[in-house]
Design a binder for this molecule. Structure first.
Ligand code: E4P
Length: 217
C-alpha cells in the first residue's frame, strides 16, 4: 500500500518525506487555503515546490466544473511537473474530462467519491486513482471502510486498473482498516501517520532496554 500525505503544509510534507515512507501528496482547495495560498500564480508555485520536495505522484485539483474549462485547467496543472496528477471531481463533466485526459496521456485522480457506482464510473473513464472520502462518510453515519472493501471487490472482479486511494482519513485506525479492506493508497494528514508509531509497550520495553544497557558502559 502506498502512503500519500494529505496536506499543503510544506513543513508537514517535509517531515513525512524525511520518514522515508512517503509515495506522494494530495491537496485540495481547502488545504491550500488553510496554509494561506491565494491566487493562481501562488497555487501553481506551491505545487511546483511540493513536486521538488517529494518524488512521487502529486495531486493538484481543478476548480472548474465545465468540461472545456476542466481540460484547460488540467493541462496547465499537468505542465507544472511530470508527477502532477490532475484531480477532477466526480461530476458529469468531470467524468468526460477524466476520459479526455486518459486518452491524452494525462493521469487523473477522481475526487469526491462517496459510492460504488461513482467508483465504477471513475474506473470506466480511466482514472489512475479514485478517492473515496471515508472520514466524511463516517461523519454522516455510514461506514467508509466498508465502501473501500466494496470498491476493492468490484475492481478485482471486473479487472479495473484504477487504484483505490482512501481519502478523508481521520485516525491511525482508519489507515489500518483501509489496508485490510484492500486500498492501494492511503492519503492521510501527518497526525494519523505518526499515530501508527505509537504503542505503550514499545515505550516501556525501550525504557527497560536502555536502563539495562547502562550496565554495559
Ligand atoms: C484528499 O484527496 C481529500 O481532498 C481529503 O482527504 C479530504 O479530507 P477531509 O474530509 O478531511 O477534508
Amino acid at each position: 500500500m502506498k502512503f500519500f500525505i494529505d496536506t499543503a503544509d510544506l513543513a508537514q510534507i517535509k517531515e513525512a518525506n524525511d520518514l522515508g515512507i512517503l509515495d506522494g501528496v494530495t491537496t485540495n482547495p481547502s488545504l491550500m487555503a488553510k496554509v494561506g495560498i491565494k491566487g493562481e500564480a501562488a497555487v501553481m508555485n506551491h505545487y511546483k515546490t511540493i513536486c521538488e520536495i517529494v518524488d512521487g505522484d502529486i495531486s493538484a485539483e481543478v476548480v472548474s466544473t465545465d468540461f472545456k474549462e476542466i481540460i484547460e485547467e488540467g493541462k496547465k496543472l499537468h505542465a507544472i511537473h511530470p508527477n502532477i496528477i490532475v484531480k477532477v471531481p466526480m461530476i458529469k463533466d468531470g467524468v468526460k474530462a477524466i476520459k479526455w485526459f486518459t486518452d491524452n496521456g494525462i493521469k487523473t485522480n477522481c475526487t469526491l467519491v462517496f459510492s460504488a457506482g461513482q467508483a465504477i464510473l471513475a474506473a470506466k473513464a480511466g482514472a489512475a486513482y479514485v478517492s473515496p472520502f471515508i472520514g466524511r462518510i463516517d461523519d454522516s453515519g455510514w461506514d467508509g471502510v466498508q465502501l473501500i472493501e466494496q470498491i476493492a471487490n468490484i475492481y478485482a472482479i471486473q479487472g479495473f486498473e484504477t487504484e483505490i486511494l482512501a481519502a478523508s482519513i481521520r485516525s491511525a485506525l482508519h489507515i489500518i482498516q483501509c489496508a485490510e479492506a484492500g486500498a492501494d493508497v492511503v492519503t492521510s494528514p501527518l497526525e494519523p501517520i505518526l499515530g501508527l508509531l505509537k504503542h505503550p509497550l514499545t515505550d516501556i520495553g525501550l525504557a527497560k532496554f536502555l536502563a539495562d544497557a547502562k550496565s554495559f558502559k
